[in-house]
Design a protein around this ligand. Structure first.
Ligand SMILES: C[S@@+](CC[C@H](N)C(=O)[O-])C[C@H]1O[C@@H](n2cnc3c(N)ncnc32)[C@H](O)[C@@H]1O
Length: 274
């Protein structure tokens, strides 16, 4: 990278100030220009205190009558313009900056095509917090992850032997792009779809990681039926635990040149035999 060449580094600050990595903190301190989207005042204050060039892109959300896609395009164009003007930009988004973040993805695609250096650093995302707060290991059952409305509006069969995470629960069925709440029938439709695959008694969890250090997460277990009228907001994520055991693919042992005796010691294998 030459001195006057613009560049983009995309960093994530986690969901609260305690999640900031040393690498990201050092990057922010040394950045020529910082563009920020963070959900809580403490993170904002912390980042501004690290670098006084920090500009909060949340301002685009306040523009009257602007739709969500237009907000993201405006953010992206602002990033692209600065880099094209030779600025070495660091964008800081909450959580992991590459997980469900449209504006950085748009800007990154444009800039990469134009030959600018673009790099992303990981951050602590909502699902990482969910694993910790619900005491889960996605390795146990496997884990599927979808955006809630896309999950509803695409024909796919969920694997009920694996966990399911649905992001943007608070925007389920919101088709106008103008509101930050579920569409009128959103949660009812999601509950109906899940009931096609899971027993009525199956419990799901509306989860919200704390956005301030020291606060408790929201962990609301409810039946799929109750989900239809659940109280959700823009930071709610839905966790659906696995409902049944997977089937053991015994025939594939031969693909590995193994026999059942070779994997007898596997805990998972013992479960398959139940
Ligand atoms: C636009 S995405 C951004 C995700 C973010 N980049 C991340 O890495 O977590 C917003 C969605 O992330 C999830 N999310 C964000 N903050 C959360 C929180 N505090 N607790 C649980 N889920 C959260 C929700 O599903 C929300 O609708």
């Amino acid at each position: 990278m030459t001195a006057n060449q613009g560049s983009l580094t995309i960093a994530g600050c986690g969901l609260h100030p305690g999640h900031m990595t040393l690498e990201t903190e050092s990057l922010i301190k040394n950045a020529e220009k910082v563009l920020l989207v963070a959900p809580n005042p403490l993170s904002i204050q912390h980042i501004i205190s690290l670098n006084n060039t920090t500009e909060h892109l949340g301002k685009y959300y306040n523009e009257e009558g602007i739709s969500r896609p237009d907000i993201y395009k405006k953010m992206a164009m602002h990033i692209v313009d600065l880099v094209r003007n030779g600025v070495q930009v660091v964008t800081v988004f909450y959580g992991h900056p590459g997980v469900f973040v449209t504006s950085t993805r748009l800007a990154s695609n444009v800039l990469k095509n134009e030959g600018y250096p673009v790099k992303m650093l990981p951050g602590i995302a909502a699902d990482a917090c969910l694993y910790a707060d619900l005491d889960l290991d996605p390795a146990d059952t496997g884990c599927q992850s979808y955006e809630a409305t896309r999950f509803l509006l695409t024909r796919r069969t969920p694997d009920t032997s694996a966990a399911l995470i649905l992001w943007q629960l608070g925007l389920t069925g919101e088709h106008t792009n103008d509101h930050f709440k579920p569409g009128e029938q959103g949660l009812k439709a999601l509950s109906r779809l899940l009931a096609e695959y899971y027993p009525a008694s199956h419990k799901v969890c509306v989860y919200e990681a704390p956005t301030l250090p020291g606060f408790a997460p929201r962990i609301d277990w409810m039946t799929i039926e109750e989900l239809a009228t659940a109280d959700v907001n823009t930071i709610s994520t839905l966790y659906v635990p696995a409902g049944n055991e997977p089937t053991f693919a015994e025939d594939r042992l031969a693909w590995l040149g193994l026999t059942e005796a070779d994997i007898e010691h596997w805990e998972e294998y013992e479960e398959f035999e139940d």
